[in-house]
Write a protein that binds this ligand. Structure first.
Ligand code: NAP
Length: 243
């Protein structure tokens, strides 16, 4: 029986790289997306029979519940979930942040993780097995100037991960967090050449991260070799932040 994973926000960037990694290793992959239907369907085609593209806005609990119901009907079981879907706001001062931007950021980056995990937990608890990987950010660990809402939302994910890990450990469910540094995806599209070279210089390993760097850490946290790791935060940031 193939192993199965749900990856939220799998149409682009880190989520798409993780989907390719799991698929290459023989897993069946549910590819969640919300707007990029064309990209999600192209990835589903690329990954072949084991892949299933599922549209749901993770900020909407009912859509997430329906998505999980549909994937369990198709796959029969779920071994792992990667809560990767996320958005960032343009850099800016906190005093200029609108209520709308603040609430949307938290709706996707925090409520989205809550909705997804809540929807899969009864199944994992029933099976007494499961892996949950959340995506935070190094800014959630140390805070980033002009990224207060994003830092706060990702900080919430760190605490969510640690608390949940303790709560579900008796059900043999491991919950861990990956905290990326600067990774070259659409999320970094705002940065011009100068900014990118400054960020590269600030990174001790001397390069920016690629989506595959993060995908490899996510995959490891879903492997039998990581079965004694739970409640941890794995930084994938080239040494930019060392906590
Ligand atoms: P990205 O390239 O912008 O891709 C974001 C993904 O999230 C897309 O697949 C998008 O789907 C999906 N998404 C956004 N809103 C959604 C919603 N409401 N419902 C379902 N899916 C939604 O971002 P990325 O760089 O790969 O980031 C992935 C994760 O890593 C995020 O949680 C991000 O905060 C975190 N992270 C990234 C970096 C970085 O430097 N790139 C650093 C630290 C942490 P659609 O295409 O359908 O919109």
């Amino acid at each position: 029986m193939s192993k199965t994973v749900l990856i939220t926000g799998a149409s682009r960037g880190i989520g798409a790289a993780a989907a390719r990694k799991f698929a290459r290793e023989g897993w069946r992959v549910a590819l969640n997306y919300t707007r990029s239907e064309e990209k999600a369907l192209a990835l589903q085609k690329e990954l072949g029979n084991g892949a299933l593209a599922l549209r749901a806005d993770v900020s909407e609990a009912a859509q997430v519940k329906q998505m999980v119901r549909q994937l369990l009907e198709e796959f029969g079981h779920l071994d792992a979930v990667v809560c990767n879907a996320g958005i960032a706001l343009p850099l800016g001062l906190l005093q200029d942040c609108t209520d709308e931007d603040w609430h949307r950021l938290f709706a996707v980056n925090v409520d989205g993780v809550f909705h997804t995990v809540r929807a899969v937990l009864p199944h994992m608890i029933h099976r007494q097995a499961g892996r949950i990987v959340t995506l935070a950010s190094m800014w959630g660990q140390v805070g980033g100037s002009c990224e207060v809402p994003y830092s706060a939302a990702k900080g919430a994910i760190l605490a969510f991960t640690k608390a949940l890990a303790q709560e579900v450990a008796p059900s043999h469910i491991n919950v861990n967090c990956v905290a990326p540094g600067v990774i070259q995806t659409d999320m970094m599209a705002f940065a011009d050449e100068g900014t990118l070279s400054e960020l590269t210089e600030e990174t001790p390993l001397g390069r920016l991260g690629q989506p595959e760097d993060v995908a490899n850490a996510i995959y490891f946290l879903c492997q039998p070799e990581s079965s004694f790791i739970t409640g941890q935060v794995v930084g994938v940031n080239g040494g930019f932040v060392i906590t």
